[in-house]
Every structure is written in structure tokens, then in C-alpha cells.
Design a protein around this ligand. Structure first.
Ligand code: APR
Length: 248
């Protein structure tokens, strides 16, 4: 049963972290909230009157690629000037001192890579990569603003964001690496996710099935809280550095 934030909870989690050679971190939009990136299901989750579920689908893109790209172009413009926060930096420090570490993020904002994480998989892709719907070419694209929407490939076909939409399969390599880490991790650190979207949300349970100690950091209760070994109630930029520091 996850205990809400107490010094005892933080100490218990830190003790596990101190003894762990194999750590899996799973992050969601909440780890980037204090960098200024809006979460999906929080008060800022809407763009115009749309929810992510309305636009982040192959059907929405098929129906109106320009509208879907207006949403992604807005997110890219909003996120481009933002910096990693103390939680991102603490997770990069944790990677640098952990023998076997993987950061599996659901975020597409690219901030973990900017903070220095390298053993990183982007389960839901990246806002900063585009894929051609015709010739399938994949490339980094950091143009802000993007220019005419929808953007087109040199081959003439429409480009799409290289992100995973509802109903689409996650990138095989990323899922494989995350599952492998979940099967061997001693500690799983789950930061800033509502734990509602699968298969990412299954990773903590899979790890717990192999004996991992699951620590959640979130200002609110989530679908994971009841099963977490410790649930620290608070903001990522405050608690993740405190936990990584105490877990040295
Ligand atoms: N620190 C930590 N957690 C926070 C903070 C903060 N400062 N602010 C908000 N949160 C928490 C919220 O309480 C919530 O539990 O972050 C979580 C954000 O949840 P969602 O908005 O559902 O985002 P996420 O869990 O990443 O969504 C998963 O759903 O829309 C799809 O593909 C999209 O990757 C996304 C996936």
C-alpha cells in the first residue's frame, strides 16, 4: 500500500535506491510540468476545445492533417524555449551513478535528453522528429515555426509527427528495452504520470512481479498509488532531487 509523503516514506525509498544497482525510471507529463509543459489531463490539458484523445489519433490526422499539425506546431512552439527542471537533472545524475539504469518516458518533449539522460527510451516518440507518410523517411525536425501546415516531404507526401497516437503500436525497440528493464529492476521510480495509458502503465506492476520496489512521485493520487510500495505526495522538481540526493 503506497504511503503518502512522509519523511519515513522518503527514507524508505532512499534506502532502496542506495542499495540498488538496477533502476528503472518511468516518467510522464508531470515531470515536465515545472518546466512549463502542460500536462494532458490537468487543467491545461485542452487546446482550443480539443482533448489529446480527439487529435492524437490516425483517424483525426486522416480527417484533418492541418488541424492536428496546428496542435503539434503549437506544442512545439510552446516547448522549444523551455528548459529541463531539477527533476530532469536529478534523473540524469541518477543515471550517471547507477550500474544498470533505464529511463522510459511517455513524454515527447525531449527534455530528458537535454538534461543529459542517455539510457533513455521514448515510449511515445518525439515532437522533434517527423516521419513521411509516403516514403517513410524519419528525421529530426526542430523548425519553429514549421511554416506551411501540414509540412511535406521532398517526395511530396505529407509528414506526420513521429509520436505514438492512440490505437498505434509503440516503437518495438523502446518497449523491448523497457520490458527487459522492468524484469530486472530492483527499484522503479515512477514520476509524474496518471498511470492510465497502457502499455507504459503496466511497467511498474511487471517490475513488482519480479520483486522490484516501486516508488511514485506525484502531487495527486493515481491509478498506481494503491499498489506502489511508497507514494511520495509532492512535486517532481522538489521530491526527485531530494530522493536522488538521499539515495546516494
Ligand atoms: N510533479 C509531479 N507530477 C505532477 C506535477 C508535478 N509538478 N504536476 C502534475 N503532475 C502529475 C499529475 O498529478 C498527473 O498524475 O502528472 C500526471 C500527468 O498525467 P497526464 O496528464 O495523464 O500525463 P501522462 O500520465 O504522461 O499521460 C500519459 O497519455 O495523452 C497520452 O501520450 C500521452 O504520454 C501521454 C500519456
Amino acid at each position: 500500500m503506497g504511503s503518502v509523503r512522509t519523511e519515513a516514506g522518503l527514507e524508505a525509498a532512499a534506502r532502496r535506491l542506495r542499495d540498488a544497482d538496477r533502476v528503472l525510471a518511468l516518467t510522464g507529463a508531470g515531470v515536465s510540468a515545472e518546466s512549463g509543459v502542460p500536462t494532458f489531463r490537468g487543467p491545461e490539458g485542452l487546446w482550443r476545445q480539443f482533448r489529446p484523445e480527439d487529435l492524437a489519433t490516425p483517424e483525426a490526422f486522416e480527417r484533418d492533417p492541418r488541424l492536428v499539425w496546428e496542435w503539434y506546431a503549437w506544442r512545439r512552439e510552446r516547448i522549444a524555449p523551455l528548459e529541463p527542471n531539477a527533476a530532469h537533472r536529478a534523473l540524469a545524475a541518477l543515471e550517471s551513478r547507477t550500474v544498470e539504469f533505464l529511463l522510459a518516458t511517455q513524454n515527447v518533449d525531449g527534455l530528458h535528453a537535454v538534461a543529459g539522460n542517455r539510457r533513455l527510451v521514448e515510449l511515445h516518440g518525439s515532437l522533434w522528429r517527423v516521419r513521411c507518410t509516403g516514403c517513410r523517411k524519419l528525421r529530426e525536425d526542430r523548425r519553429v515555426p514549421l511554416g506551411d501546415l501540414p509540412p511535406r516531404c521532398a517526395c511530396g507526401a505529407v509528414l506526420r509527427p513521429d509520436v505514438v497516437w492512440f490505437g498505434e503500436a509503440l516503437p518495438e525497440g523502446a518497449v523491448g528495452a523497457a520490458l527487459k528493464a522492468a524484469q530486472t529492476a530492483e527499484v522503479v521510480l515512477v514520476v509524474g504520470t496518471s498511470a492510465l495509458v497502457y502499455p507504459a502503465a503496466a511497467l511498474p506492476q511487471i517490475a513488482q512481479g519480479h520483486g522490484a520496489f516501486v516508488v511514485e512521485v506525484n502531487p495527486e493520487e493515481t491509478a498506481l498509488t494503491a499498489s506502489a510500495d511508497v507514494s511520495l505526495r509532492g512535486r517532481a522538481a522538489e521530491l526527485v532531487p531530494a530522493l536522488v540526493e538521499a539515495g546516494q
